[in-house]
Write a protein that binds this ligand. Structure first.
Ligand SMILES: *Cc1c(COP(=O)(O)O)cnc(C)c1O
Length: 256
């Protein structure tokens, strides 16, 4: 197993923000305290550790930015080369971080979906191990730990979870964790309401939710300052929309 100290991030009380919003009890799980500054670390520690155990020689991942820097950090820790493809306009600190961590970085004109096509070509021609969202099962297993941690830190599950959604792995992972906890007899059938939040400049899940659809059409001309949310098409769209529906949650878009 591999670790750089990811997970067990604090649940911060934010009473002034709660007051301003008229919510009695609001907590923020500060996932920015993970290694490389995002919860991408939770998924990629698992994916890279397992790929290394299975004998993968060369890893590859398309990213909107944060998954790339997390993959670079864990590949470096595992001593494996990794090819990372990101949009050319990815925020510079992330680009520099990926380079500093020693990954092979390619900048492309386009979005994460175009980066995905580039990685797919490398997987076919060079046998790279594909770390793309939901193309291997272990990133989800890492990200689901957010669900277990909420239970461990609170002693119960919250009434509602508000989740900034791109590819949706974290939301799908937490949903899986809740099912597992019910099978373990830790919780009952009740679930937190799951709220998907996207940027108005890239909101494919919100549009699909509002139309009552089970999958989401790709979003044209995706743009948002929140680079991690600039995901015009999600492989797990039907799983995200199903969790929102089954939990009686909702999907909402907000401006940058
Ligand atoms: C990746 C990312 C998201 C979206 O997470 P998904 O589980 O892929 O939907 C949200 N915020 C930040 C900062 C991210 O890096």
């Amino acid at each position: 197993a591999l670790t750089l100290g990811e997970g067990f991030t604090p649940l911060l009380e934010v009473p002034r923000l709660a007051d301003a919003l008229g919510v009695p009890n609001l907590l923020i799980k500060d996932e920015g305290q993970n290694p490389t500054g995002s919860f991408k670390a939770r998924g990629l520690v698992m994916a890279v550790a397992r790929a290394a155990e299975l004998g993968a020689q060369e890893l590859a991942i398309p990213s909107a930015g944060n998954a790339g820097s997390a993959a670079a950090a864990y590949a470096a820790a595992a001593g494996l080369p990794v090819h990372i493809v990101v949009p050319r306009d990815t925020p510079l600190p992330i680009v520099e971080e990926i380079r500093a961590l020693g990954a092979d970085l390619e900048l492309i004109d386009g979005l994460i979906t175009d980066a995905g096509a580039r990685v797919g070509a490398g997987v076919r021609t060079h046998g790279w191990f594909d770390l793309s969202t939901l193309k291997e099962p272990y990133r989800l297993e890492g990200k689901k730990t957010m669900g277990y941690e909420l239970f461990e830190q609170l002693g119960h599950l919250p009434d509602a979870i508000v989740y900034p959604t791109g590819g949706g792995t974290g939301l799908i992972g937490m949903w899986k964790a809740f099912d597992e906890m019910e099978q373990l007899g830790w919780i009952g059938a009740q679930r937190p309401k799951m709220f998907v939040v996207q940027a108005t400049g890239c909101a494919p899940m919100v549009r699909a939710w509002e139309r009552g659809e089970e999958t989401a059409a790709p979003w044209e001309n995706a743009h948002t300052y929140a680079s991690g949310l600039r995901v015009p098409r999600a492989v797990g769209d039907f799983l995200i929309l199903r969790a929102v529906r089954e939990s009686a949650g909702a999907a909402v878009a907000v401006s940058d």
